[in-house]
Design a protein around this ligand. Structure first.
Ligand SMILES: *Cc1c(COP(=O)(O)O)cnc(C)c1O
Length: 397
């Protein structure tokens, strides 16, 4: 097969869409006014920000006054969790519930609070990476300040029963935050129907630029300031708005949420073809739930192989993929997500994440299948670990 370039790492970041880029461009050069200025050049910027806020709100059935622009998903997660902690601590509530396989933007924030007088309950996920809503229900206490559970996992793509968890939190009058960075545009989200009080999203995972995101905060939740200074973001987050990126985020949200069902139908066929064919390679396993998973997520472990070598070899073939998550590569620890679903360290190390999207073609899929097959065979042929596995378990290689 002729060499191709295949980008299969859309959970790490995405290409900015043509529509988002074109909408943003004039705000760099022609309409460069400060959105806080009162002359019309500034007012035009302010109007553009207002429109984007409405676009983001519409995509998740929120009100525009409930959307706060941020520098991305990490900031939104930090803001939501630290705010809830600050507000609730004043009422004597210092207990937080989360899962053990959240993104580090959530886990490290919660860890920080745990070092500062908060008590944290980490709900374990099952072998497929699912949170049981009953576990959340049982963990809620009189002093629970917040429940924060991610909508869809960035590594193994599991989609959590968010509506059920939301209903439990609402009934028990506990604030509910969800990191929906990976779910936006891949799953229908209705913050009202799902009883979500706070939701984080990020631009660069949905074809907007890096460095822009948003936090939804339900009316009535008194959100403390993140950055003190000017009156931007209704005085909550000071600093002159990143107008071009905000405009791009609005357009990207509209595009991402326009035809979710159609996108799911198209992409999941390619995902399932990848899964089916890659699992034909011996001593492999699918990580995450086969059904309750993001339409573009494939995560497979190959025994006897080191994930980093697999990635480097695939890169030489023109394929961009990931092992665990971009944040954990470069460290020797296996991904906390794969350990949370019960994988042994060695198996977790040999995992491959492919995240495809609407730009992926059938030819790309066939190319990936062919190259993963040849690369895995080549690496196993050189692997002392694989040799040992074959010998001790009687696998013919
Ligand atoms: C990428 C990601 C984030 C971080 O978003 P940034 O905009 O890169 O800060 C947070 N949570 C999840 C689930 C993500 O995939």
């Amino acid at each position: 097969m002729e060499k191709r370039f295949v980008y299969a790492d859309n959970a790490a970041t995405t290409k900015v869409s043509k529509a988002a880029l074109e909408a943003a461009l004039p705000y760099f050069t022609e309409i460069y006014g400060n959105a806080s200025s009162i002359y019309s050049l500034g007012m035009n910027s302010a109007r553009a920000v207002m429109k984007a806020r409405q676009q983001v709100a519409n995509a998740i059935n929120a009100k525009s006054g409930e959307i706060y622009f941020t520098s991305g998903g990490s900031e939104a997660d930090n803001w939501a969790i630290k705010s809830a902690a600050e507000v609730q601590a004043k009422k004597g509530k210092k207990h937080i519930i989360t899962s053990n396989f959240e993104h580090h933007a959530v886990l490290h924030t919660v860890d920080h609070l745990a070092k500062n007088g908060f008590e944290v309950t980490y709900i374990p996920v099952d072998e497929f990476g699912l949170v049981n809503p009953e576990d959340v229900k049982n963990a809620i206490r009189e002093d629970t300040a917040l429940v924060t559970i991610m909508f869809a996992n960035n590594e193994i793509g599991t989609i959590q029963p968010i509506k059920e968890i939301g209903a439990i939190c609402r009934e028990r009058k506990v604030w509910f935050h969800t990191d929906a960075v990976q779910a936006i545009g891949n799953v229908e989200i209705d913050v009202s129907d799902m009883n979500i009080d706070m939701l984080s999203l990020s631009g660069h995972k949905i074809h907007a630029p890096k460095g822009v995101g948003a936090l939804f905060v339900r009316t009535g939740i008194g959100l403390p300031n993140l950055i003190h200074g000017g009156a931007q973001e209704r005085t909550k987050r000071a600093g002159t708005e990143n107008v071009p990126s905000i405009v791009a985020l609005g357009v990207a949200m509209e595009e991402a949420c326009r035809d979710i069902a159609g996108k799911q139908a198209k992409i999941s066929v390619m995902r399932d073809k990848l899964i089916e064919n890659l699992l034909k390679i011996k001593e492999t396993r699918l990580n995450g739930d086969a059904k309750k998973r993001l339409c573009g997520n494939v995560n497979i472990s190959f025994r006897g192989i080191e994930g980093e070598s697999l990635l480097l070899s695939l890169d030489l073939e023109g394929i961009c993929a990931s092992s665990g998550s971009a944040c954990t590569s470069g460290s020797l620890d296996p991904s906390h997500v794969l350990l949370a679903i019960g994988l042994p360290h060695a198996t977790a190390h040999g995992s491959l994440r492919l995240t495809i999207n609407e730009d992926t073609t059938e030819e790309d899929v066939d190319y990936i299948i062919e190259k993963v097959n040849t690369v895995v065979a080549k690496l196993r042929a050189m692997s002392p670990l694989w040799e040992r596995i074959c010998k001790t378990e009687g696998i013919s290689d």
